[in-house]
Write a protein that binds this ligand. Structure first.
Ligand code: AQP
Length: 335
């Protein structure tokens, strides 16, 4: 059985983008993979987080993963900071990755914005930690949204360079799993920007915890253009907002974009938005209800995470110990 690793930052409430680009696929992969799903709090602090909020959001993210349908008994759900192998391997990768490679990462450019000098060093080396997250488990399959493709290519460059520099075949090749329609969900306010849980505008995204009337109002107010919906996919060219809403409808309903346009093409947005709002509420309301139920008992969530972290460490520790030995470190003392 192939091993899957994927992570999500507790940097806000998970969004429809996180759900369609990642979590929904995590659920599907459980049937025939060994899965590790990680709340990546080390990544989250690459941008400052209020400590109490970070604790709350870490539990919320774990609850969201379970509420979406991940089974933490059969698979592993844990928080990254509880497994030291991630940080130990990331340091080695900081020394393997080249500055030129990191300079090409578009996520750093997007997140650092205009004032790059003020961004944290952690944000810059974020892709090295992401490579360590996956390779500490020798995971070969990583389900992510399209936005993370570049980081996974970098992870493979790091693995290859490590193997070359230390004359080994120790690290395997990682395969990104970018599944289905709407692999990149865009902001409801700007169809050229991805939907993000940390976007300052709450109107730009659907949160998994949004009440049904909030979801409906956000979709009705989503930015669109003045033209009716086209009847064919080619007509979405240059219409980022329309393309995004059609993509979301298709992803949530499981019908192709062409079929969506066959039904709604030629109509204005109002009716389509009503249908999309109803569909979104239908899919997200049960997840929100289950999240609320789980969050009523934070002690239970902590126990799930601690048990997951112990199982994750049992896999990663020997792998990272071997990487350290390949580099030339003396063994760690047994405690
Ligand atoms: N808009 C999106 N469309 C599709 N997939 C998405 N993902 C995130 N946004 C979209 C996928 O969700 C997973 C977890 O992402 P993350 O939390 O580790 O970081 P991110 O990609 O930076 O997500 P956000 O929501 O934009 O977080 P912030 O606002 O903190 O930066 C990944 O698999 C990602 O592809």
């Amino acid at each position: 059985m192939q091993r899957v690793f994927s992570g999500i930052q507790p940097s806000g409430v998970p969004t429809l983008g996180n759900y369609l680009g990642a979590m929904r696929n995590w659920v599907a992969l459980q049937a025939d993979h060994e899965c590790l799903y990680c709340v990546v709090d080390l990544h989250a602090i690459t941008v400052w987080q209020d400590p109490a909020t970070l604790r709350q959001q870490t539990r919320e993210m774990a609850a969201a993963i379970i509420a979406c349908g991940v089974d933490p008994e059969r698979h592993i759900v844990f928080h990254q900071s509880a497994v030291s192998a991630h940080a130990r391997l990331a340091w080695i990768f900081n020394c393997v990755a080249r500055l030129g490679w990191l300079n090409r990462m578009t996520q750093f450019k997007d997140k650092a914005g205009k004032d790059r000098e003020a961004a944290s060093a952690g944000l810059y080396v974020y892709p090295n930690l992401m490579a360590a997250d996956v390779l500490a488990y020798h995971a070969t399959r990583v389900p992510v949204g399209d936005d993370q493709r570049q980081h996974l290519e970098l992870a493979n460059d790091i693995a290859q360079k490590f193997n070359h520099d230390y004359e080994t075949t120790f690290f395997p090749v990682i395969e990104p799993l970018i599944i289905g329609e709407a692999a990149r969900v865009m902001s409801l306010r700007d169809g050229t920007k991805k939907m993000s849980k940390s976007d300052p505008s709450d109107q730009s995204r659907i949160n998994l915890t949004d009440e049904t009337d909030v979801i409906a109002s956000k979709i009705r107010r989503a930015r669109t253009d003045a033209e009716p919906l086209p009847s064919e996919i080619a007509g979405l060219e240059g219409r980022a907002e329309a393309r995004n809403l059609v993509g979301i409808y298709s992803a949530l309903s499981g019908i192709s974009q062409a079929e969506v346009l066959a039904e709604y093409g030629g109509q204005g947005f109002a009716g389509f938005k009503d249908a999309l709002a109803a569909l979104t509420v239908d899919k997200l309301a049960p997840i929100a209800a289950e999240m609320r139920r789980l969050l009523a008992d934070p002690g239970h969530i902590d126990r799930v995470l601690f048990a997951g972290a112990a199982r994750a460490s049992a896999i990663a520790d020997p792998i990272v110990a071997e990487a350290q030995a390949l580099v030339g470190f003396l063994p760690r003392p047994q405690v």
